[in-house]
Each structure stands twice: as C-alpha cells, then as structure tokens.
Write a protein that binds this ligand. Structure first.
Ligand code: AMP
Length: 171
C-alpha cells in the first residue's frame, strides 16, 4: 500500500494557501498503480450484492466507472447543477464559504437497489454526506461509501453513516 501512497503527489497551497492538495493524477496515469488500486478495491466488493455504483463528479467518475466494470454493475452520475439532461433530484450543502448543489436523475434507481458510492478522496466529508442524503430520498440500501484516499485528520468519516466508509489509502 505504501507504494500507492507514495505515488500520490502533494501540491502545497493548491487551490489556495494552507491546503495540501493530494494529486491523484500521478496514480491514475501509472498503469501498474491504477490497476492495483482498482483491483484491490474491486476485490473488497466481489461477491457482494451491489446493484449500482454512484460516482460523484468529477474524479469519482473514474473510480466509479472502473469498479462498475469490474463488478458488472452500472454507474449512476451525481453531477453539478445543470449538467444532467433529464429530470433531477437535488441537494444543497454547506461549503466553507456559501453552499453548493448536487443533482441525480430522478429515475436513477430501482426500489431496493443496493448501492456503493464512489469518490476519489474523503476530506471534510461534506460532499459525501450530501450524496448520502441525496440517495436517501430513494428507496435504496447503502452498501458503503468508497474512496481511493482519506485525510484522517479531517475526520470526514464522522459525518458519514458509521461502519459504511472504506478508504484504500489513509493519510
Ligand atoms: P470534502 O467534501 O471536504 O470531503 O471534499 C470534497 C472533494 O474535494 C473531494 O472529493 C476531493 O475530490 C476534493 N478535495 C478536498 N480536499 C482535498 C485535498 N486536500 N486534496 C485533494 N482533493 C481534495
């Protein structure tokens, strides 16, 4: 796991001063690391009853699509406002300054679907908590929230359903 952690690049002061941005593009562009990351995560869910992966715009689409292919499921997109073409359900959530909104198609799931929500990185947990609330409007079962990486010191998992969070790499 250490080699996967090491290939993620730290970018100090991006997008603003004081933030150390974990740049996962270096992991994605390295064939061995990308394959290993997807295989390790897919291995956790093979054999589980998962009907649909939910990917969060934009980097969550990458992990979400790779897992959906491996697990033989579809992927449902959660996107920023105005991007999805059909009727949507939306959720507003708090950011450090102001609020943001995420949307999902209103016919995204079948009743009783068991879902896995994927994103690249768990930081404060605000984004994933909003998506958990968004899918909660549907009659679905949340299997787990899955991340490539987690910034432990921000305690984002405290905002998410207990026992339903998994990150491959912890920083
Ligand atoms: P959060 O809602 O704070 O958990 O983070 C929202 C999104 O912002 C995550 O899905 C990441 O894609 C991105 N993000 C937040 N903080 C960082 C960071 N330090 N490095 C890389 N990505 C980050």
């Amino acid at each position: 796991m250490d080699s996967l952690k090491q290939i993620i690049r730290d970018i100090p002061d991006f997008p603003k001063k004081g933030i150390v941005f974990k740049d996962i593009t270096t992991l994605l562009s390295d064939a061995k690391s990308f394959n290993r990351m997807v295989d390790l995560l897919a291995h956790r869910y093979i054999g589980e009853k998962i009907d649909q992966i939910v990917g969060i715009e934009a980097r969550g689409f990458i992990l979400g699509a790779a897992l959906a292919y491996k697990l033989g499921t579809g992927i449902t997109l959660v996107r920023k406002p105005g991007k999805l073409p059909y009727d949507t359900c939306s959720i507003d959530y708090e950011l450090e300054y102001g609020t943001d909104t995420l949307e999902i198609h209103e016919d995204a799931f079948k009743k009783g679907d068991r879902i896995l929500i994927a994103d690249d990185l768990l930081a404060t947990g605000g984004t994933m908590a909003a998506v958990v609330d968004l899918v909660d409007k549907f009659e679905v079962d949340l299997h787990e929230c899955v991340f490539m990486a987690e910034l432990d010191f921000l305690k984002g998992r405290d905002k998410l359903p207990p026992g339903k969070v998994f990150s491959l790499l912890n920083f």
